[in-house]
Each structure stands twice: as structure tokens, then as C-alpha cells.
Design a binder for this molecule. Structure first.
Ligand code: DQA
Length: 144
């Protein structure tokens, strides 16, 4: 089964939006890197981004049947969405939460993540490299 990599709101603007915080790498480049890394192990990647909370939840529900591991950067919804947490809690697969920045080093409202309550692991603060680390971790979980 593929690794799902789901991205929340405003991550379509990666590389353009606050690059001093989120870096200059665009989401399409992160997607290509994730696919290439997983391809080495013959694992497919389903990589998506949405600005809509309900669509993100639909994809999490889809992942219940379709994914081996779920990597999610919930962006702002990580700090706000009980509904997203509820959807994630319905998954049996491992969930890896991934953030480009380190939310704990930023404003207090970013210190809490609903998603972390459902996540096996959290990767934060390594910029685009964090997605590579998350794919590597997912591949190891699949191999186990
Ligand atoms: C983010 C961190 C969030 O606090 C923020 O709302 C984002 C991006 C990150 O990847 O660093 O949109 O998830």
C-alpha cells in the first residue's frame, strides 16, 4: 500500500510564503523527493495538499483503507481541528506528524497540536528535509 502524505492549508504557497520560516523549497519539489525516496523501496506515495478542512478529513478517512503509513502536515488545522483529530483516531496505521518549522519555538498558540494526540511520531524544525526523514521513517515501519 502507498504512503499517504497529506498537507493542510497554505502549504501550496511553500517557497513563496514566509520563506525565512518555511524555506524556499516548493511543495512540488518536496513531492518529487518523497516519491523518489519511496520508489527505491518500490513503495508508491500519494501526495496531496488542500486548503479545506473537510477535504483533508475525507483524505484521512480514505487512508484508513488505502495507506500503509500516513504522514501529515496539518499546518494551521493542527492547532485548531478536533474534527481532524477524530478522523486520525479512526486510523490503525502509524501516523507521522511533520512540520517544516518547529512550532514549539514560535508563538504560544502553535505549541499545542491536536494531531500529536494521534501521532506515533512528530518531526519538526528541519524544513523540507523533515519530509525526507518522515518518508525514511515510514519505509522502516513498512519493512518492520
Ligand atoms: C506548519 C506550522 C504551523 O504552525 C503553521 O500553521 C503552518 C505550517 C509547519 O510546517 O511548520 O502552516 O505546520
Amino acid at each position: 500500500k502507498p504512503i499517504y502524505v497529506l498537507n493542510g492549508p497554505n502549504l501550496n504557497l511553500l517557497g513563496v510564503r514566509e520563506p525565512e520560516i518555511y524555506g524556499y523549497t516548493r511543495l512540488e519539489d518536496i513531492k518529487a523527493t518523497c516519491e523518489a525516496l519511496a520508489q527505491v523501496k518500490n513503495v508508491a506515495v500519494v501526495f496531496r495538499q488542500t486548503n479545506h478542512e473537510g477535504e483533508l478529513i475525507d483524505w484521512v478517512q480514505e487512508a484508513r483503507e488505502a495507506a500503509s503509513v500516513l504522514i501529515i502536515n496539518p499546518a494551521g488545522y493542527g492547532h485548531t481541528s478536533v474534527a481532524l483529530l477524530d478522523a486520525l483516531k479512526a486510523l490503525k496505521q502509524p501516523i507521522i506528524e511533520c512540520h517544516l518549522s518547529n512550532p514549539h519555538a514560535r508563538e504560544p498558540f502553535r505549541h499545542h497540536s491536536y494531531v500529536s494526540l494521534a501521532a506515533k511520531a512528530v518531526i519538526a524544525g528541519m524544513g523540507a528535509i523533515g519530509y525526507e526523514l518522515a518518508i525514511d521513517a515510514a519505509l522502516r515501519l513498512i519493512e518492520q
